[in-house]
Design a protein around this ligand. Structure first.
Ligand code: PLZ
Length: 445
């Protein structure tokens, strides 16, 4: 049985409390200094949208472990299915001796992802591993090498996905050499677009397609990969028409169009997938994070002929589609369906935008509010300009933490506060957290 934690914020000590502070010394002594830390507390248990630390503080989670616990922490259907699966068997390796959970997750993905054509899937352990496989499969299928990526993109931390990722610090600095045949294109970032805002979509498509044709040759391009709403890059929403325009260019040139929905997928944006918003049907979709309620699972889903192009044995991995993670995914999908979490994300969008607009009306440092569903962000600038304001971001985040509200950051300029709450968060808890955020601006800005 899962123990339900009270879904309320509660401060038992200062944050961090004495037990967490003592444990941090052990963390420092034992764990690589290369890992960051958003909040210096040790978590004892979690449920829904609440994390409880070892000092007894109950913290509101507006980050979902970077967009993972969409169905809430230790969601009951996930826990039940995982408990049953772990007791049945822990591992066989799907390519050694298959099991139904893997097949059922692939069936669900093939059914739920956009596109009325025949689809097939493979399962992996992490978003980065799935992106690697997506690129590998697209290259094999097209017999081409070039990959088109965008400014502000984030696709992972492995060697190939570091090369696909845009931002140097912290992701790439000193970790090269990077993989070749990757070409980065301008991204229409509406808030910082210096051209005519009226024609941003046409202008950006013209720039990108011309660069592809002149600098790479469209016939050399295996895949175009893009996040339909950029995640780590700061929740940049490409302007309407940009994704459909890219898709039709890709189709015209037999390029595999890949949507990296690792962060934006699985009900997060108020649709099952962010590409649903403009009826885009990518040839290939990469999913992870929200797919399995916290267990490590990722997938590549694509047109059947693309997925079948590899020779037998060309794809695989020891743990990909582990039976326990598959059980969690089935529990997570069931939760999204039965609790209407797609609609819930749209409701959360309204609460977030209303509260953030009210704060922005008082604080000109909020330069932009953007995103969809429960994937919303604010970009902080120096008042009266668009100069990034990472200092204010740090103060606001710190204040919120001290009051028991965990909020994550993002953005190429380190000045974006992003909201990724579990979709099961109650209105009351979300409003409590947003009240703390408003206070944080009042005392910091
Ligand atoms: N593609 C769009 O958002 C992971 C990174 C956290 P993995 N984003 C969180 C960090 O600092 O490492 C992500 C993503 C998009 C791919 C990935 C990679 O997914 O499961 O972290 O490998």
């Amino acid at each position: 049985m899962t123990e339900e934690l009270a879904q309320t914020r509660h401060l038992a000590t200062e944050i961090p409390g004495p037990l967490s502070t003592a444990a941090m010394q052990r963390r420092k002594d034992a764990v690589s200094g290369g890992l960051g830390m958003a909040i210096p507390v040790i978590i004892k248990c979690a449920s829904g949208a609440i994390l409880e630390d070892i000092d007894g503080n109950r913290i509101i989670d507006l980050g979902s472990g970077i967009g993972v616990t969409t169905v809430g922490n230790s969601a009951p259907r996930v826990v039940a299915r995982v408990q049953e699966a772990v007791a049945a068997f822990t591992h066989t390796n799907f390519t050694t001796a298959p099991y139904m959970g893997y097949i059922e997750v692939c069936e669900a993905l093939n059914r739920m992802t956009p596109g009325s054509f025949a689809k097939k899937s493979i399962l992996q352990n992490s978003g980065a591993e799935a992106v690697e496989n997506a690129i590998k499969i697209a290259r094999h299928y097209t017999k081409r090498q070039a990959i088109v990526v965008f400014e502000h993109a984030y696709h992972g931390r492995t060697n190939l996905t570091m090369a696909l990722t845009a931002k140097n610090i912290p992701y790439k600095d000193g970790f090269g050499p990077f993989a070749s045949e990757i070409y980065r294109m301008p991204l229409p970032y509406a808030y910082r677009w210096t051209g005519n805002p009226e024609t941003i979509t046409e202008d950006a498509l013209k720039i990108v397609t011309t660069k592809i044709e002149k600098e790479i040759g469209a016939h050399n391009v295996a895949a175009i990969i893009i996040e339909p709403i950029l995640g780590e890059g700061g929740f940049i929403v490409p302007p309407k028409g940009f994704l459909p325009g890219l898709q039709s260019f890709a189709t015209d040139h037999k390029i595999v169009f890949i949507a990296d929905e690792v962060q934006s997928g699985f009900a997060r944006t108020g649709d099952w997938f962010a590409v649903n918003n403009e009826n885009v049907e990518p040839d290939m979709i990469v999913t992870a994070k929200g797919i399995a309620g916290g267990l490590p699972l990722a997938a590549v889903t694509a047109r059947a002929e693309i997925m079948d192009s590899s020779h037998v044995g060309g794809l695989g991995g020891t743990y990909g589609g582990n039976p326990i993670a598959c059980a969690a995914a089935l529990g997570s999908i069931e939760t999204i369906e039965q609790e209407n979490l797609v609609e819930r994300a749209r409701h959360i969008e309204k609460i977030l935008f209303t509260a953030l607009r009210a704060i922005a009306a008082k604080h000109p440092e909020i330069g932009d509010i953007r995103g969809r569903g429960a994937m919303v962000a604010i970009e902080l600038v120096k008042a009266g300009s668009k100069d990034p304001n990472p200092e204010l971001m740090a103060k606001v985040i710190k204040y919120c933490q001290s009051k028991g509200v965990l909020i994550l950051t993002a953005g190429s300029y380190g000045n974006v506060i992003r909201f990724l709450p579990p979709l099961v968060i109650s209105d009351a808890l979300l409003n409590d957290a947003l009240g703390v955020l408003a206070e944080a601006f009042d005392v910091s800005a």
